[in-house]
Design a protein. Structure first.
Ligand code: FAD
Length: 308
C-alpha cells in the first residue's frame, strides 16, 4: 500500500522503522531477527537505506521485497542520485516497480567516498527535487517521500534557502517528509512552524535515534550537522565504558523525546533502529501504552493492548 494513503487514513500516529542492508550473512540474519522482534509492534512501514554510491542496490531491493512478502509489512526503499545517470536511475526504479515496491524515499545522497563536495554524475541528477520530478512524471504509481533537516542541511547557504528548496521538492510531488535525527525537540517544532508558514502542508515525520553507543552518535551528529546537547553528552560520557548504562540512558532519553513530540502533535515517529530491536521495542511499547498524543488532549484511556 502507498504510505501517503496510509498517512492520510490513519487516525493514530504512525510508527516506522529504518534498517540498513548488512554487508555479511550474519548481519542479515541479525536484521531479520530484529524485524521478527519488532513485527508485533505493528509498524506502519519499514524503510531500507540505500548504501553510499548505490553499493547496496541489489540488497536494498531484496530486503524491501522480503519485508513485504515474508513479513507482510509495508516497506519503503531509500534511493539516491549518487554515481548514476538518469537512465541508470530509471533501471533501478524499473526493478523496484517489478518487485512490487510502492514507496520510495527520494534522496540526493552524500558525496561518494574520497570526494569532499557533492558533484552530480554526468548525465545524472543534481538535487533530490529532480528525482522526485522523475518519479512523479514517469512512475506515478510510487508514493514519494523526501528528507528534511530541522537543523538545516550542512550544504545549505541558509536555513531559509534550505526551506525554499524543500518547498520546491514538496511542490514537485514529495507527499511526506522524514527528518534527520535531532535531540532537541524545539528544532523540530520550530522547523515545522516555519515549513507551514511557507506553505509546506505535507506530514513531517520526526526521525529519532535511540543512542546505544557514544562514539557512534558523536560521529553521526558530526556528519549530519545535528547538535548533541552538552548535558546529554556529559551524561553519556559519565557512563563511558558501561555499555548497558549508555543504552539505558539512550532509551530513557528517546522515550521522553518521543512522548514530547507526540504530545506536541508530531504525526508519528521514524525510528533509526541501526538494525537492532531492544531499544526501539522498549520505547515504542511504552509509547503505545502511555499514548502521549491522547493525553495531550485529555483523551487518555487505560491501555488495553498487551505489552510486547
Ligand atoms: P537535496 O534535497 O538535493 O538537498 C541537498 C542540498 O542541496 C541542500 O543543502 C539543499 O538546500 C540544496 N539544494 C536543493 N535544491 C537546490 C537548488 N535548486 N539550488 C541550490 N541548492 C539546492 N543517504 C544515503 O546515501 N542513503 C540513504 O538511504 C539515506 N537515507 C536518508 C534518510 C533520511 C530520513 C535522511 C534525512 C537522510 C538520508 N540520507 C541517505 C542522507 C542524504 O542523502 C544526505 O543528507 C544528502 O546530503 C541530502 O539529501 P537530500 O535528499 O536532502 O538532498
Amino acid at each position: 500500500m502507498r504510505i501517503d494513503e496510509l498517512l492520510a487514513r490513519s487516525g493514530d500516529p504512525t510508527f516506522s522503522f529504518e534498517f540498513f542492508p548488512p554487508k555479511t550473512a550474519a548481519g542479515e540474519e541479525n536484521l531479520y531477527a530484529a524485524l521478527r522482534e519488532l513485527q508485533p509492534l505493528e509498524p506502519a512501514y519499514v524503510s531500507v537505506t540505500y548504501g553510499a554510491g548505490g553499493t547496496t542496490r541489489e540488497k536494498t531491493i531484496e530486503i524491501v521485497s522480503r519485508i513485504k512478502q515474508d513479513f507482510g509489512l509495508e516497506a519503503m526503499a531509500h534511493f539516491t542520485c549518487v554515481n548514476a545517470t538518469t537512465d541508470e536511475l530509471r533501471a533501478v526504479l524499473d526493478q523496484l516497480r517489478s518487485a512490487g515496491v510502492e514507496n520510495v524515499l527520494a534522496l540526493r545522497g552524500d558525496p561518494p567516498q574520497g570526494q569532499e563536495r557533492w558533484t552530480k554524475t554526468d548525465g545524472g541528477l543534481e538535487y533530490s527535487r529532480e528525482l522526485v520530478e522523475l518519479l512523479r512524471s514517469e512512475y506515478p504509481g510510487f508514493a514519494v517521500a523526501g528528507a528534511a533537516f530541522p537543523e538545516t542541511h550542512i550544504d545549505a547557504a541558509s536555513a531559509e534557502e534550505d526551506l525554499r528548496h524543500l518547498k520546491a521538492k514538496v511542490d514537485a510531488g514529495a507527499s511526506f517528509l522524514v527528518t534527520q535525527l535531532f535531540f532537541e525537540n524545539r528544532f523540530y517544532f520550530e522547523f515545522v512552524e516555519r515549513a507551514r508558514e511557507i506553505g509546506i502542508q505535507v506530514p513531517i515525520i520526526p526521525g529519532v535515534m535511540p543512542i546505544t553507543n557514544i562514539d557512534g552518535i558523536k560521529r553521526m551528529t558530526e556528519l549530519s550537522g545535528s547538535a548533541l546537547p552538552a548535558g546529554l553528552e556529559q551524561a553519556l560520557e559519565a557512563r563511558r565504558g558501561d555499555t548497558e548504562a549508555v543504552a539505558e540512558l539512550g532509551v530513557a532519553y528517546a522515550t521522553l523525546q518521543c512522548a514530547d513530540l507526540l504530545a506536541g502533535g508530531a504525526p508519528g515517529i521514524h525510528f533509526y533502529t541501526l538494525n537492532r530491536s531492544p531499544a526501539t521495542r522498549a520505547i515504542l511499547s511504552a509509547l503505545k501504552l502511555w499514548r502521549p498524543w491522547e493525553r495531550a488532549t485529555g483523551l487518555a484511556v487505560a491501555p488495553e493492548r498487551a505489552a510486547v
